[in-house]
Write a protein that binds this ligand. Structure first.
Ligand code: UDP
Ligand code: MG
Length: 325
């Protein structure tokens, strides 16, 4: 008797690939070629539907990124789409703009990835497989970061340790190479915070998830758009948007310095009682500076949160799309 193979019941899903681009003119065509070859293959093998798209988000680039996106769109209107933000709003906001556009266009799932080919396109098959077997979110996790500099690796590792220690949930070695189902995107759209840190928010959505391991390659072209200054701001953003523990540390430090001051007071009194003159001008100055520093640090941390409250209370739109192709 012949065994009839039942075809997959679920039709192939439409997948939107979302790529935020900031001054990526140098390597964008190469990325588009590599990714479109993959999409064509996945479509022809019926793993994804022909309604799948590659969506570039131009995050206010100053070079010819947008012109390249337009050229790609002209080349294949069906496959390449573009969204142009009015000005540079940062990686996270650009990503959100792309994901929400994909959602509005009715995708079944969206995969976010860097525009520099660092996120291996060969891992996409596994993302799709995991999605089709019921996972709403699939995280791309770097199995090796040999190609990143020692500095980048160490700072990233330290950041994730601190982030976890602060009580936030995180997926180690996962950046923003990720698949999110339409349902997960719907849930994400309910988050209205301005201080956006997607890799912290997504694990809190509460869906069935899975991981895909890949080797993170070198940038195909151009320079990293995350210089040290931006990386530090990103880390502060990540921590302050998820934890108020720094505030507790400040309270603790304040209490400790009061205790030290109290100890010193007793010491001074006792010295006077024994008839010693106080010669410790140096230590006095150090204490003043130390306490002054602690106060300023505390004010700084408090100010950080107050600033965030101020920004959130404005409920400003996080981006404005100028043109959609
Ligand atoms: N990016 C962006 N807006 C920015 C900075 C970066 O859209 O203000 C994009 C960038 O074009 C890239 C992705 O975000 O596609 C990640 O940036 P990058 O590759 O420079 O970061 P790295 O991989 O070095 O951490
Ligand atoms: Mg990159």
């Amino acid at each position: 008797m012949n065994v009839v193979q039942t075809p997959s019941i679920t039709p192939p899903p439409s997948i939107y690939f979302v790529l935020p681009c900031y001054n990526e003119a140098e390597g964008l065509t190469q990325t588009a070629d590599a990714l479109s070859a993959k999409v064509v293959y996945l479509t022809s093998t019926k793993q994804i539907s022909s309604g799948s798209r590659i969506l570039f988000v131009d995050d206010g680039s100053k070079d010819t990124t947008w012109q390249i996106i337009q050229t790609l769109h002209e080349r294949n209107r069906h496959l390449f789409g573009g969204v142009k933000l009015s000005h540079n709003r940062g990686h996270q906001n650009a990503l959100l703009a792309g994901l929400m556009t994909a959602r509005e266009h009715g995708c079944d799932a969206a995969i976010s990835m860097d525009a520099d080919l660092q996120d291996d396109v060969n891992a996409i098959d596994e993302f799709i497989e995991k999605f089709r077997s019921g996972n709403e979110i699939v995280y791309g996790v770097r199995s090796a970061r040999k190609k990143d500099t020692w500095f980048k690796r160490t700072t990233a590792e330290t950041f994730y340790k601190i982030f976890e220690w602060m009580g936030a949930e995180t997926i180690p070695d996962h950046a923003d190479y990720r698949l999110m189902s339409r349902e997960a995107l719907d849930a994400l759209s309910e988050y209205h915070e301005v201080n956006l840190f997607l890799r912290g928010i997504v694990p809190t959505l509460g869906y069935q998830t899975s991981k895909v391991y890949y080797e993170r390659g070198k940038r195909a072209a151009g320079e990293s758009k995350y210089p040290l200054k931006k990386m530090i701001f990103f880390a502060i953003q990540g921590i302050t948007s998820f934890s108020t523990k720094p505030l507790s540390f400040v309270t603790g430090a304040g209490l400790l310095s009061i205790l030290i001051a109290f100890g010193m007071f007793i010491y001074v009194l006792a010295s006077l009682g024994f008839g010693h003159t106080i010669t410790g001008w140096g230590s006095m100055m150090i204490s003043i500076w130390l306490i002054g520093g602690l106060i300023m640090l505390s004010l700084g941390v408090v100010g950080e949160y107050v600033g965030k409250i101020y920004m959130e209370s404005k409920h400003r739109p996080r981006y404005r799309i100028e043109t959609t192709l």
